[in-house]
Design a protein around this ligand. Structure first.
Ligand SMILES: [Zn+2]
Ligand SMILES: [Zn+2]
Length: 396
C-alpha cells in the first residue's frame, strides 16, 4: 500500500527542478490505443437528390462514369458484364487495376449511389438444375464484381418458377441468394430485389412476393428496387394522386418504404395491368409527366428528410431511340424536382450514348472486355443506329 504522504513525496519529486532530468509523467504520454477511424460516409451521401441513368460499359468500364457525368447525372446504374450472355468459361472477374481506376474516378466525380443491374439470364428460382447452378454461379460473380467496383447496390430480378407454386419460387430464390452470397464479404453492398411487370411466370409483380423474399433471409443485406413501369404494368395505378397514395400504403405494408433504396423511373408504353414490359420516355407513356412530378417530389420517396430515405436514388432505364434521348430524360427528372439547368449537374451539350448514324464506327479505346468487343463488332454489322442503353427488360 502506498500512503498519501508517500504519494505527496513522489509527486513532489516529479516537479522538483533538481530532478528535472528525470522523465516527468505527462498525461499525454500515457499509452492509449488509437481510436478506430470513424467511418466517413462518401461525399455523395449528403442528402441531396440523386438522379442517374443506366450507362453503357462498352469499351472501358471507367467510361460509364464519364457518360453519367456528361449526361448530367450524379448517380448511375451499369451492368458489370454483358447482360445477355453466360460467362464462357468459369467465373468472370474485373482485373483489380481496372476496378481500382473505376473506384478512384468515381470518387473524383462524386457519383453515387452506384447501382449494378444483374444479368438478365440469371434465374435463381429455376426448377431446372443446370440453369439453377449456372444462375447461382453467375449471381456469385455479380456479387464479387459489384464488391470489386465498390458498388452500393446490386439489383436482381427475383426469378421465375416456371410452373411451380409462388411459394416454391420464393423459397428457391432465397436459397439461391444464400448460396451465391456464402462466404463473400459484401463490404456494404446491398442486394435489391426488383419488382416485375408479371410477364410469364416471373415472380415479383406483387409487392407481397418481394416482401416475402426480404423476410425469408434476414441475415442478408437485402432491400427493394421499385420500377415505376413494372409497378404500373403489374396493376398498381400510380398515375393519379389517390392511386399513388394507395400504392405507397401498399409499399409500406409489404416491403416497407425504408427498404426501397432505388426507384427505377420509367414511363410505360403499355397500359395499366398489361403485364407487358415496355419502357417509354418520361412523360411520353401511359403514366405521364404529372405522375412523375408527384413521384419524384413525394416526401415518402425523397432522398432525405424525416420521411424520406437518405441516399435513395432515381435511376432511368428509358429507351434511346434518337441521339439525345438519354440526356433529355435526365434533364426532365431534374426539371421535375425543380432544378434549373444551372442548378442541376452540368450536362455536356449534345452528348448522347447514341451517336447519329455513327454507332459501331465510333472510335473507342481498345477493349479489355472480350464480350464488349464482340458486342461492338455485332453492332458494327448493322447500319441502323442501335441504342446502347438498356432495352426494355424482357423478363423470363
Ligand atoms: Zn430490372
Ligand atoms: Zn427496372
Amino acid at each position: 500500500m502506498v500512503g498519501l504522504s508517500q504519494v505527496a513525496e513522489l509527486t513532489e519529486g516529479m516537479t522538483d527542478p533538481e530532478h528535472s532530468s528525470e522523465p516527468a509523467f505527462d498525461i499525454s504520454d500515457e499509452y492509449r490505443p488509437e481510436p478506430a477511424a470513424p467511418v466517413r460516409p462518401p461525399a455523395w451521401y449528403d442528402g441531396s437528390v440523386r438522379i442517374g441513368i443506366h450507362t453503357s460499359i462498352a469499351g472501358d468500364i471507367v467510361e460509364s462514369l464519364e457518360i453519367a457525368r456528361k449526361l448530367g447525372c450524379n448517380a448511375l446504374q451499369i451492368f458489370s458484364w454483358s447482360p445477355r450472355m453466360w460467362p464462357r468459361a468459369g467465373s468472370i472477374r474485373i482485373p483489380e487495376a481496372d476496378a481500382a481506376r473505376f473506384r478512384e474516378r468515381r470518387g473524383q466525380l462524386g457519383l453515387g449511389p452506384l447501382v449494378i443491374h444483374d444479368n438478365y439470364l440469371i434465374n435463381l428460382a429455376s426448377p431446372e438444375p443446370v440453369l439453377r447452378v449456372r444462375s447461382i454461379q453467375a449471381f456469385r460473380d455479380e456479387l464479387v464484381r459489384a464488391v470489386a467496383l465498390g458498388a452500393d447496390f446490386l439489383v436482381a430480378h427475383p426469378g421465375a418458377g416456371r410452373g411451380g407454386t409462388i411459394e416454391q419460387a420464393i423459397q428457391e430464390t432465397v436459397r439461391g441468394l444464400r448460396q451465391a452470397a456464402r462466404g463473400i464479404k459484401l463490404d456494404g453492398l446491398r442486394i435489391l430485389i426488383e419488382n416485375t411487370s408479371g410477364m410469364g411466370t416471373s415472380l415479383g409483380s406483387r409487392l407481397e412476393e418481394i416482401a416475402a423474399i426480404l423476410e425469408a433471409a434476414p441475415e442478408l443485406p437485402l432491400g427493394a428496387c421499385l420500377d415505376t413501369a413494372h409497378m404500373f404494368e403489374a396493376g398498381y395505378d400510380i398515375r393519379s394522386e389517390a392511386g399513388l397514395e394507395r400504392t405507397l400504403e401498399i409499399i409500406e405494408r409489404t416491403v416497407g418504404l425504408r427498404r426501397v433504396f432505388v426507384l427505377h423511373v420509367n414511363d410505360s408504353k403499355t397500359p395499366l395491368g398489361s403485364r407487358v414490359d415496355r419502357h417509354a420516355h418520361i412523360g411520353k407513356g401511359k403514366i405521364g409527366l404529372e405522375a412523375f412530378r408527384r413521384i419524384l417530389n413525394h416526401p415518402l420517396l425523397a432522398s432525405s428528410g424525416s420521411y424520406g430515405l437518405h441516399g435513395r436514388a432515381f435511376i432511368l432505364e428509358t429507351p434511346i431511340d434518337a441521339p439525345g434521348d438519354d440526356r433529355r430524360n435526365v434533364r426532365t427528372l431534374w426539371k421535375l424536382v425543380g432544378r434549373s439547368a444551372q442548378q442541376a449537374p452540368r450536362a455536356e451539350d449534345g452528348f448522347s450514348m447514341l451517336r447519329a448514324g455513327k454507332t459501331g464506327s465510333r472510335r473507342r479505346p481498345a477493349s479489355r472486355n472480350p464480350t464488349a468487343k464482340r458486342l461492338r463488332s455485332s453492332r458494327a454489322k448493322k447500319s441502323k443506329p442501335k441504342r446502347r442503353g438498356p432495352r426494355e427488360h424482357r423478363e423470363r
